[in-house]
Write a protein that binds this ligand. Structure first.
Ligand code: GAR
Length: 210
């Protein structure tokens, strides 16, 4: 049976695009954005996918908006919900409804640099290795079980923009990979850690960029 996936995004949607173009054993049942003018929605429409705008500014109460969003997601009967640049904090009730089938990508090597402006902060700290993380979403913001990470060396003359672009290229590799593993039923969460079934060392959950 093909895995039904609902994508949530807020903007550009390049991670969604990478997943859509990766020839994965999935069906993208719907793409939903909290921002009606998100470029990701245009791309979804151009691919003939169901594209839905749910404008959060029309629903000032977070709990009420998240309940509406969750109902809309459920209508598409997803096996997996993929946050692809969805730039709103989700309520605990929303996360509880989808826990275990809710993935996020974050532009840092978590648990380092949760939150925003990760590339600026990585440069300010002088770290030599930066990167990105796909993780299961839990109530603990940006701290859920880690599925895969890609490491990106920081260069002496890096700028936030240059570093972000190299990290983004790695995001486009690891997110499709994570979704594929999920679709294959290979991701197992055990005491807050993700085991990759069929890979006793779980070594393949590391990828290195440039
Ligand atoms: C990506 O870099 C993603 O990691 C980040 O937003 C960008 C979305 O780009 N997500 C977060 O910061 C979540 N906390 P995209 O719309 O082109 O995929």
């Amino acid at each position: 049976m093909t895995l039904r996936v609902v994508i949530l995004l807020s903007g550009r949607g390049s991670n969604f695009q990478a997943i859509a173009e990766a020839r994965l054993p999935i069906e993208i049942a719907a793409v939903i954005s909290n921002r009606p003018n998100a470029a990701g929605l245009d791309y979804a429409r151009a691919r003939g996918l169901t594209a839905i705008a749910l404008d959060h500014t029309e629903h000032p109460d977070r709990e009420a908006f998240d309940a509406l969003l969750a109902d809309e997601i459920e209508r598409h009967r997803p096996d997996l919900v993929v946050l692809a640049g969805y730039m709103r904090i989700l309520s605990a009730a929303f996360i509880a409804r989808f826990e275990g089938r809710l993935l996020n990508i974050h532009p840092s090597l978590l648990p380092m640099f949760p939150g925003l402006k990760t590339h600026e902060r990585a440069l300010a700290e002088g770290v030599k290795i930066h990167g990105c993380t796909v993780h299961f979403v839990t109530a603990d913001l940006d701290h859920g079980p880690i599925v895969i990470q890609a490491a990106v060396p920081v260069r002496a003359d890096d700028t936030p923009g240059a570093l972000a672009a190299r990290v983004l290229a790695q995001e486009h590799c690891i997110y499709p990979q994570a979704v594929q593993w999920f679709a294959e039923g290979r991701l197992e969460i055990n005491h807050g850690r993700v085991n990759l079934k069929g890979d006793p060392t779980s070594q393949s959950v590391l990828s290195t960029g440039t």
